[in-house]
Design a protein around this ligand. Structure first.
Ligand code: FPP
Length: 233
């Protein structure tokens, strides 16, 4: 494959429910197949020089889903850490979380925090899980942090974009170069609103559980064929 990048790939993993419905299966099994797809993509990243992978695992709006589905998603995250942590560590993957873990059950929260802590020094790849994440909530949180700094005496006139950027969950991570959304919808759904300012978008009708190397290469080829001008000429 010709060309460079994306160094940072973000994904909205949509279509798990419809994938399950098409097969007459409960939605939870669609999410389980979705975790398998995520595992596949994490493993593919190094071969395509993708150093940052950021996925939308659970939004602040997803609490509105039926209790059983929320439970199933939480159980899958728990299982993912149990099953994958050793391999992720071995492969030098650092796990980060974007979002507010406070509303998660304390057992799961502690397990996720321990996984983040024990992989913090890894540098081969950064896997960010957006968990109980909302883009507007993230911006509001950043604005509040800046307001506190102003209250403490800093002069807002001296701030630039990087000051707000640093108060976001993504901190000093580079912005995504490419955002893939599976499942046919063409919207952001409150994902990384600040960070996608100059991100290239790529949509596919493929449901997330069916996403694999073929679709990934299609997306990367499209990305590498585009000219990114960042507002210039
Ligand atoms: C959207 O599909 C998908 C989600 C709301 C959850 C995505 C989560 C995973 C793939 C598992 C995450 C697990 C880990 C370990 C990070 P949908 O349910 O909205 O599908 P539909 O639009 O077809 O109903």
């Amino acid at each position: 494959m010709a060309g460079e990048g994306p160094g940072h790939l973000a994904i909205i993993m949509d279509g798990n429910g419809r994938w399950a419905k098409d097969r007459g299966l409960p939605r939870a099994l669609g999410h389980r197949a979705g975790v398998e797809a995520l595992r596949r993509v994490v493993e593919l990243c190094p071969a395509y020089q993708i150093r940052y992978l950021t996925v939308y695992a659970f939004s602040t709006e997803n609490w509105k889903r039926p209790g059983a589905e929320v439970q199933a998603l939480m159980a899958l995250m728990d299982e993912f850490i149990d099953k994958e942590l050793a391999t992720l560590k071995k492969n030098g993957v650092s796990i980060r979380v974007l979002g507010d873990l406070a509303s998660l059950a304390s057992g799961l929260r502690k397990k996720i925090e321990a996984a983040v802590e024990s992989t913090a020094e890894n540098r081969e790849m950064i896997l960010s899980l957006a968990l109980n994440y909302g883009g507007r909530q993230e911006l509001l949180r950043g604005a509040k942090a800046l307001a506190k700094r102003a209250q403490a005496g800093e002069d807002p006139e001296g701030w630039g974009e990087e000051d707000l950027a640093r108060e976001l969950y993504t901190g000093d991570m580079p912005d995504p170069d490419l955002l893939i959304r599976t499942g046919g919808e063409q919207r952001y759904s409150n994902f990384l609103l600040w960070q996608v300012a100059y991100t290239e978008l790529w949509y596919t009708d493929t449901y997330w559980p069916d996403f694999g190397e073929e679709r990934l290469v299609e997306a990367l080829t499209a990305y590498r064929g585009r000219q990114r001008r960042f507002g210039g000429v």
